[in-house]
Design a protein around this ligand. Structure first.
Ligand code: ZN
Length: 389
């Protein structure tokens, strides 16, 4: 996060205020008594931590609706977040397009915009991010003065703490200080995060991962990605690698993978891999993914088998995550799941076969992912930067 330490809860009140704000933000209206119990704080400490957040307009008290217990005196007034207190821009950078959203404090999308990206040069991308920001501000119906932060997400090796893009394969970038450059360009406080991790953050704080001690998000598309939350924290890996489900080997005699490995999930179930296999099976060297999907849906047995194999590989990868980490739940999503109907049952069958014992009980939520969701993930990381260092 750039432009100094203008996080919400500065020291010395930070730990309790951060805990209170995070709990109210992610778990909805909650009484001080419940907060105290949940966070292991005294009621006085909760009240003290909440006061500046109320004064700043981030939290407010709802009308009293619940009694704290029989004969417990005055009813408790739950604390809730004022979603309109601040708004956040989120931008997902892809190889050929920028997708942007403006979200409120509860990560609800308030406006959207897109711009094509024709040149991966850093300066060209900065110009387009600036234009997209202008478009978003122009379309935003609320108070623009309440937009101070912008989150960016892209695939690749990203250092969230410094906003450095260490390596972006599709933009061919190495060591680009994207956070600092975009902060200079827009005057906003900027966060940068890996796109799958950003999406995981959105699910963790505002989606199906809320309240789950551990969960996994698996994305299916050009790449097969995975974000892991364990003990309430996003796992980033000591070497910057964790949750690389796409490069788990599921077939020792399978295809060579672009990573140098063999039989990786991605070498069987990534979009490029599916297209390559469908071309071989049909003898049509120019077949596209959309045509492959149409053939499979039309009952072309050979092409259906390609999707069946892909779904089985993904299910094996997910089972490995369940066996290793034991998450409370797993969400499977991504643009590849536009062909959801071709994958779904094969993912589930193979997951149930490979998951060990009770790990098979882990619920799988399999659903398509609109591209704006990626941008919302970037905004969610920006929201987190209010309270996380
Ligand atoms: Zn691989």
């Amino acid at each position: 996060m750039f432009r100094g330490s203008d996080t919400l809860a500065g020291p010395p009140a930070a730990p309790a205020a951060t805990a209170v704000f995070t709990a109210v933000l992610t778990e909805g209206p909650v009484s001080r008594v419940a907060l105290a119990r949940r966070l292991g704080l005294s009621s006085a400490a909760v009240t003290k931590a909440a006061r500046p957040l109320i004064d700043l307009g981030y939290l407010h008290e709802l009308a009293a609706t619940e009694r704290t217990g029989p004969g417990a005196g005055r009813p408790a007034s739950p604390l809730a977040v004022r979603a309109d207190r601040e708004f956040f821009i989120g931008v997902k950078i892809t190889a050929d397009e920028l997708i942007g959203v403006v979200c409120d404090l509860r990560a609800q999308v308030r406006s959207t915009a897109r711009r094509p990206l024709t040149d991966p040069d850093v300066e060209a991308v900065l110009i387009e991010v600036g234009r997209l920001t202008d478009d978003l501000l122009g379309a935003f119906p609320g108070d623009r003065a309440r937009i101070r932060r912008l989150g960016l997400s892209l695939s690749g090796d990203i250092d969230r703490t410094t906003g450095l893009v260490r390596y972006s394969p599709f933009l061919h970038w190495r060591d680009v200080p994207l956070g600092r450059l975009v902060a200079q360009r827009t005057g906003l406080a900027v966060t940068v995060e890996n796109d799958v991790k950003a999406l995981t953050a959105a699910e963790h704080w505002f989606g199906e991962g809320v309240g789950a001690e551990s969960f996994a998000l698996v994305t299916v598309g050009t790449g097969i990605g995975c974000g892991l939350v364990v003990n309430g924290r996003l796992v980033s890996g000591s070497y910057g690698v964790a949750g690389e489900i796409g490069h788990l080997a599921v077939d020792a005699t399978g295809p060579d993978c672009h990573c140098g490995g063999r039989g990786c999930v991605e070498s069987i179930a990534g979009t490029d891999a599916i297209v390559a296999q469908a071309r071989v099976r049909t003898g049509r060297p120019d077949l596209t993914i959309d045509e492959a999907v149409a053939l499979a849906r039309g009952g072309h047995e050979q092409v259906r088998a390609v999707f069946t194999r892909a779904g089985s590989a993904i299910g094996c990868g997910i089972a490995a995550v369940a066996n290793l980490v034991g998450p409370t739940r797993i969400v499977v999503s991504g643009e590849g799941l536009a062909a959801y109907d071709l994958f779904d049952s094969h993912i589930r069958t193979s997951f149930e076969r490979q998951a060990f014992g009770a790990a098979a009980r882990c619920p799988l939520s399999i659903r398509p992912l609109p591209f704006e969701e990626w941008a919302r993930g970037a905004a969610a990381v920006s929201i987190q930067s209010l309270v996380l260092p």
